[in-house]
Design a protein around this ligand. Structure first.
Ligand SMILES: Cc1cc2nc3c(=O)[nH]c(=O)nc-3n(C[C@H](O)[C@H](O)[C@H](O)COP(=O)(O)O)c2cc1C
Length: 186
């Protein structure tokens, strides 16, 4: 049994990345359970002075606790201007300053969906680099990169309809489940 925390890098209601996260349970190996991360969109911009003055906001503590409690983390995110969306990066910056830094030795897999040709792959490589700086254990491949997202989801329901994408996700989740067992001692 592995508990996987999902973090969506998009804050918008009709996000393709949120839809990608919603598709995971049906494609997961037996025993993999998904829990949505607490909201991080209202965290203040990281400022060391604020941390010194008032400590960590409750939203940061809740986010960090959820990461600590999980056996693994999946981050599904769009790419903004070729890199990590600011709100997501801000959340990572906040928790990275904690003593019991939650990403340390945490198995993490990445996914991205974008409306364009590269499917958020540039964001993934930046996020991979960023998470290595906080000692996360990054799952390698297969990668989940959803290109031209509007063609892969039902227009009204946002249900994932593309079989190739589903197969890719299945393979990644299978591999990630094994990775969690291998590196996370599960
Ligand atoms: C500020 C901003 C920057 C963007 N930059 C990129 C980009 O660099 N590469 C890309 O593929 N798509 C880019 N997009 C388009 C997103 O791929 C598209 O809006 C996508 O649907 C966002 O993901 P979401 O549906 O999960 O919110 C950008 C969108 C916004 C709002």
């Amino acid at each position: 049994m592995s508990n996987v925390l999902t973090i969506c890098g998009s804050l918008r209601k009709t996000s393709y990345n949120a839809a990608l996260v919603r598709a995971l349970p049906a494609l997961a190996p037996e025993g993999m359970i998904f829990i949505a991360a607490p909201p991080y969109g209202t965290m203040p911009h990281y400022n060391h002075d604020d941390q010194d003055a008032t400590g960590f906001p409750a939203s940061v503590t809740a986010f960090a606790d959820a990461i600590r409690a999980a056996d693994g983390v999946i981050i599904a995110s769009p790419e903004y201007n070729w890199t990590i969306p600011g709100a997501l990066k801000n959340a990572i910056d906040w928790v990275s300053r904690m003593k019991d830094q939650p990403f340390r030795d945490k198995p993490v897999a990445l996914q991205s969906a974008s409306g364009a040709l590269l499917g958020g792959s540039r964001m993934q490589y930046h996020l991979r680099q960023c998470l290595i700086s906080v000692d996360a254990l990054l799952f390698g491949r297969p990668e989940v990169i959803v290109t031209f997202a509007p063609q892969k989801f039902e227009e009204k329901t946002l249900e994932l309809k593309d079989q190739t994408t589903k197969d890719m996700i299945k393979l990644q989740l299978d591999g990630f489940g094994k990775f969690i067992k291998k590196v996370g001692g599960k």
